[in-house]
Every structure is written in C-alpha cells, then in structure tokens.
Design a protein around this ligand. Structure first.
Ligand code: NAP
Length: 291
C-alpha cells in the first residue's frame, strides 16, 4: 500500500523521501524520483510524514524511531488501519512534541491505488486537513473529512467489517450459483451489472473466477479489522452478528493454515464445505479498474 501511495506522490511531482523496513522493496521508487533513505530518522525533517505499516504496535515502533533524533516533522498523517485507542495515544504523543496529526486510513488495495481510485477518511484538526488535502488528492480520488479526534478510525473499521461480510457473502452466493450448474463468471457478470454490483465486487471477480489469490490483503489483517469492529461493538453495546460469524469463518480459515494468500480464499473454504472441488474457469474477466 505504502509503495503505491509513495509512487503516486512522486509521479505527481512531490518531493518524496521514503523509508521501508525492507529497503529493497522501496528501492524501485527511485525511478519515479523518490529518494529512498536508510533510516527512519532521515524522514524527521520532512514537512509531512505519511505512515503506512500494519498494526498499532508497528506504528508505535516506527513513530518512535522517526522521532528518536533531534528533528521533527510538521505533521504526521497515519494511514494504517489501527484502533481508536492506538490512534488517540499517538495523537497525545505527537501533541506533546508539537506535531500536527491526522488519522487518515484508506479504502482500496494496491491495485486500486495504481488505478488512481484510493480514498481516505480523515479526522483531526480541520486546518491540518486543509494542508494535507492536496497530497491526499494526488494519491487517489479524494478524501472525506469526518471531524475531530479519532472518528476516521471508526469509519475505517466499519468499512472493513463490511469488506469481510461482503466477501463472505460473495463467496457463499457464487458457490450456490455454481452448484446449480452456472459458471462463476456468468453469475458474477450479472451481479456486477446489477444494482448490487460495486467497484469491490468487480475487482474481486477475477480472483473468484480464475482463483488467482495473489495477496492484496492478508487474512490476518482482515481478522485484525473484524476484531477491532467487534471490540468497538462490545464497548458501545452494539450487536454485530454478521461480523461475529464472518470473524469465526476467517479464524477457521487461518486455523487451516490458509494465511499467505488473499482473503478472497474464503471462497475455497466455502467450496470445500459445499462439496465442490473448485477449479479456475480460465475466462478473461475485467476487474473494473483497468480502462
Ligand atoms: N492491502 C489492502 O487492501 C489494504 C487496504 C486498506 C488498508 N490497509 C491497511 O494498510 C496497512 C498496510 O497494509 P498492506 O496491505 O500494505 O500490508 P503489508 O503488505 O503487509 O505491508 C506492511 C508494511 O508495513 C511495514 N511494517 C510492518 N511492520 C513494521 C514494523 N514493525 N516496522 C517497520 N515496518 C513495518 C512492512 O515492511 P516490510 O516491507 O519490511 O515487511 C510493509 O512495508 C494495514 O494497516 C492494512 O490493514 C490495507
């Protein structure tokens, strides 16, 4: 995610410096004009630092290293999907150091970013948002400002609960359709053209039809987000039956060792549970992203 975000900023003409734990993965960004640095604290004197890692623990670790020298950035825009509590702790930490902070989680995978369709949901001080907005715009189709504090975190958690529930639903109905004798691509073609079709159902169609499960989002990361949603539901006393069932199905998949491919492998579990030996259809289907 971070790679494609940095690539869009660099291609858009921004002065970009990048750090990644595994430097070799970031090195190709140099061909777009980005400077790939060796140490996190080399980013500390930048105006805005965008952070895109995995969990709150990772965010804490990288921000700690970022601020371990004498320089500090003017603003940190944190884009990973993390908890409200983690985000609030980060806000406190940065406030003490006089650094502006925006919570800005995203919607879309790396392919979506490449296609220019990434979106952000942002919270924090309005003035900071106004400063960051041109850069957020460069990385995708825009951002939604939802208010102060950590509100963007809960918006993103809600979004990803829907992601989990929708992929499970898509898996169920596609296998149901197949068991009646329908080809998966034919069924999904209908669904994608219908009022129920979406950018998401379209871009997941190649995976569901041809079983290409190159990872876009890992089962572990999706479980993390469902857990964040369920935790918030418990705290706020909101029942979340669909999220609970989906979380258990995902846990079963992880328990079977299905962890290294895309989360869309939920369809493989669904097929197995339905007595179907799933095969790729080897049909060319669009993902709705490439023009
Ligand atoms: N993929 C999606 O579709 C998607 C969509 C929306 C939001 N998100 C969220 O975006 C975030 C990133 O997702 P992703 O798919 O890009 O994950 P990913 O492919 O697993 O990449 C994680 C990145 O974080 C770095 N990282 C992780 N832990 C670190 C640590 N302790 N210290 C330093 N660097 C660390 C990794 O460095 P290395 O390269 O060295 O491993 C890598 O660059 C997650 O919070 C995810 O939930 C993902």
């Amino acid at each position: 995610m971070g790679y494609e975000m940095a690539a869009r900023l660099a291609k858009g003409g921004c002065d970009v410096a990048v750090w990644n734990r595994t430097k070799a993965k970031a090195d190709p960004l140099a061909r777009h004009g980005a400077r790939v640095v060796n140490e996190l604290k080399d980013l500390a004197s930048r105006d805005i630092v965008f952070c895109m890692v995995s969990t709150w623990d990772d965010v804490k670790e990288v921000v700690g290293k970022l601020l371990s020298g004498s320089s500090k950035p003017k603003m940190v825009v944190e884009c990973s999907s993390i908890s409200l509590e983690g985000s609030a702790e980060l806000r406190e930490l940065l406030k003490h150091k006089g650094i502006e902070y925006l919570a800005a989680p995203v919607s879309g995978n790396a392919k979506v970013i490449k296609a220019g369709k990434l979106t952000f949901v942002v919270s924090g001080p309005r003035a900071a948002y106004d400063k960051a907005k041109p850069y957020l715009d460069l990385m995708g189709t825009g951002s939604s400002y939802v208010g102060e504090g950590e509100l963007a975190r809960i918006a993103k958690i809600c979004h990803n609960v829907m992601l989990g529930v929708v992929i499970q639903c898509l898996s169920e109905i596609t296998i149901l359709a197949q068991k009646t004798g329908m080809r998966r691509h034919a069924f999904l073609d209908f669904l994608n053209k219908s009022v129920m079709g979406s950018m998401f159902t379209r871009y997941k169609t190649p995976a569901l039809v041809n079983l290409d499960f190159k990872v876009t989002f890992t089962p572990h990361l999706l479980r993390k987000d469902l857990d964040l949603g369920l935790d918030a539901g418990r705290e706020l006393e909101v029942p979340m039956p669909l999220a609970s069932v989906t979380r258990d199905l995902l846990q079963t998949m992880i328990g079977h060792g299905m962890t290294e491919q895309d989360f869309a492998t939920l369809i493989l579990m669904q097929a197995k549970a339905s007595g179907i030996d799933l095969k790729p259809e080897n049909v060319e289907v669009g993902d709705g992203l490439s023009s």
